[in-house]
Design a protein around this ligand. Sequence first.
Ligand SMILES: Nc1ncnc2c1ncn2[C@@H]1O[C@H](COP(=O)(O)OP(=O)(O)OP(=O)(O)O)[C@@H](O)[C@H]1O
Length: 279
Amino acid sequence: MRSEKFGKDADLLVEIEGLGVRRGRKWLVRAVDLSIRRGEIVTLIGPNGSGKSTTAKSLLGVIAPDEGEIRRAPKLTVGYVPQQLTIDRTMPLSVGRFMALTARFPAAAITAALAETGVAHLAGAALQQLSGGEFQRVLIARALIRKPDLLVFDEPVQGVDFTGEIAIYNLIGQIRDRLDCGILLISHDLHIVMAQTDRVLCLNGHVCCSGPPEQVAASEAYQRLFGPRASETLAIYRHDHAHNHASEGAPLSANSDDVEENPLSQPIRTGTASGHRHA
Ligand SMILES: Nc1ncnc2c1ncn2[C@@H]1O[C@H](COP(=O)(O)OP(=O)(O)OP(=O)(O)O)[C@@H](O)[C@H]1O
């Protein structure tokens, strides 16, 4: 069943079906469906505590699901870019040494990865002296060394200033184009994250709504979660990029009313975005 599915769809990297994670009597997430294909940028958004990290950790295999299935393409390589806040930058360490901290890589591979994210000139710099945006580029470079099929970013613009944010999102788009990898972004920052995104899943313990950014931003469930002004900011960041969303469906209603912690949300689910190709 597993190999059959991935055999038929060579671009499919990971597929989550009916994911549920429970701690004690509380479901942290339930009934989450999510798939990521090569060349696709998928964003998980949702308020604090809505289950974004839980979903991502399940996808990465860090935590085991209590319900549902997670299927990964054979030999899938995943790169993970952690939140800046989770890393102690007070250690006296150069960028070059930081890149080789958890595994040994040839110097040329490190240089190439730093060049890919535009920070090759910082290889000898001290980690503490980097700006938020520079440090984020170093973290991305570290995740790129293994040439991942799938890159997961946890809050990619945390600690980065406003112009830096746009540059980081442009970089993420370029990485997707150059490496033809799949990308999963996790963010509670609801508008800026959407600029480069093909598909958004709005979580609040379950999938409140999903689909192309404009469709999600316009949905009632999204506006109820984030407030009516949330969708207005989207237009500022959205830019044109030539691709086709022809196979994505319109919102359909769905059921997931047994999730304890989501009193606000009215579940809406869209059709899955399959056959998505970039020019
Ligand atoms: N081991 C655990 N035991 C009990 N509750 C947990 C556990 N881990 C996480 N939670 C709770 O599960 C919910 C979802 O947490 P999760 O970290 O997935 O949310 P998130 O959307 O990533 O939040 P944030 O945006 O704040 O990072 C939260 O209410 C959290 O307190």
